[in-house]
Design a protein around this ligand. Structure first.
Ligand SMILES: *Cc1c(COP(=O)(O)O)cnc(C)c1O
Length: 399
């Protein structure tokens, strides 16, 4: 039977302290114990259901984590203050001095910068590979490799990772496969394809309101316990803790994710088809021309479509900038980084979100100057949006 992630969220039941239909928000940084023995046990990690201190966990954070674990079908999850606050502790928990990571080269700019510039200071090295080329992935694995890292759908080029095949490689070489699923919540279920750890930046589609940053690590109870361990847990000790009030608000937004993803995907599919037919170089996994179209189609939870992200190439940075400014002027969206908002967001990744990647490497991976990345919004009348965007393009001689 096909996996139904939205049902798993829908089926959770909450009762607040006073019978409210939403769980009560835990508004405390510290918690009392009736007996000193229980406090000791909690420090030792042996007192389930007891709370110690809010950097460790809070009832509100656990509710949100439980819902996200249900969505990703993992044993459990821990929420964090940002997506980077989820990615960095996981990698530092799994790797230490002398260890090696094999990572996709087309990953979020912050993750790339962390692996390229920061972790070498701790003696952790990374080989960046073309994740769609399984031979080069395997060739990069060394006896010191601990982690295979990728995004299900990569930023900004929307390459789709073959998670099943990567999971087989990971198993063969005894690696942990860590997948950032930020671009494709509900559409792709990495754990069911063999991933060991699934990460999201909640900042994007999952929260969907562009009002906060947040992150989550979904994985086994063992990994999450390790991350939260008071003695050597990276999530606990590095302190990227989500605030309870935020956890409660993200949980409420999560409940409409399935409706929003369907609309994001519907709108992006519509625009991608139109732009491609107009002769624009358009990249969207829902287009038959996309190199990963077949692969995405074979693994996706069909109902949620191919996601809200697409790119077009208008030839030069100057043209890209002019088009984005005009689209913003005509209220078609915002010239802003990030994704998953109700309005369309656009940016030129080469000079913004992927600017951490050196220019020669950008060119090698096909990240050109004239590329515009769109996070397509929830527009109720996408045909009108298309007509207006097309008018901007004609006015600027892009089309
Ligand atoms: C935004 C993003 C991140 C980082 O998340 P923050 O919440 O900004 O820390 C990581 N991975 C991907 C794919 C992203 O888009």
């Amino acid at each position: 039977m096909a996996f139904k992630p939205a049902n798993n969220i829908q089926d959770l039941q909450y009762f607040g302290e006073f019978g409210g239909v939403n769980p009560s928000i835990s508004d405390s940084s510290t918690y009392t114990f009736l007996s000193a023995k229980t406090m000791f046990d909690t420090f030792e990690g042996n007192a389930d259901g007891c709370y110690l201190y809010s950097r460790h966990s809070t009832p509100s954070n656990l509710y949100l984590g439980e819902a996200l674990a249900a969505m990703e079908d993992t044993e459990t999850a821990t929420v964090t203050a940002s997506g980077m606050g989820a990615i960095t502790p996981v990698l530092l928990q799994l790797c230490g001095q002398g260890d090696h990571i094999v990572s996709s080269r087309t990953i979020y700019g912050g993750t790339y910068a962390f692996l390229k510039n920061f972790t070498p200071r701790l003696g952790i090295s990374t080989s960046f590979v073309d994740i769609t080329n399984l031979e080069s992935v395997e060739a990069a694995i060394t006896p010191n490799t601990k982690v295979l890292y990728c995004e299900s759908v990569s930023n900004p080029l929307l390459e789709v990772a073959d998670i099943k095949a990567l999971a087989q490689l990971a198993k063969k070489h005894n690696l942990q496969l860590v997948v950032d699923n930020t671009f494709s919540p509900l559409s792709v279920s990495p754990k069911n394809l063999g991933a060991d750890v699934v990460i999201h930046s909640l900042t994007k589609f999952i929260n969907g309101s562009s009002d906060t940053v947040g992150g989550v690590v979904c994985g086994t109870q063992e990994l999450i316990d390790q991350l939260r361990n008071v003695n050597d847990g990276a999530a606990m000790l590095l302190g990227s803790t989500m605030d309870s009030i935020r956890a409660a608000s993200i949980l409420k937004n999560l409940r409409t994710l399935h409706i929003r993803m369907q609309q994001h995907s519907h709108n992006a599919q519509y625009l991608a088809e139109k732009f491609e037919a107009d002769g624009l170089k358009t990249v969207y996994p829902g287009l038959k021309s996309h190199p990963s179209h077949e692969l995405f189609s074979s693994v996706m939870n069909e109902k949620y479509g191919y996601g809200g992200m697409m790119t077009i190439d208008v030839g030069s940075l100057d043209k890209a900038n002019a088009l984005m400014e005009l689209m913003q002027e005509r209220n078609l969206g915002y010239l802003a980084v990030s994704l998953g908002f109700y309005k369309t967001l656009f940016s030129a990744p080469g000079s913004s979100t992927s600017s951490e990647i050196p220019e020669d490497e950008q060119a090698e991976m096909g990240l050109s100057d004239g590329l515009i990345r769109f996070s397509i919004g929830l527009d109720a009348d996408i045909e009108r949006t298309y007509q207006m965007m097309r008018q901007c393009m004609t006015d600027l001689n892009v089309l």
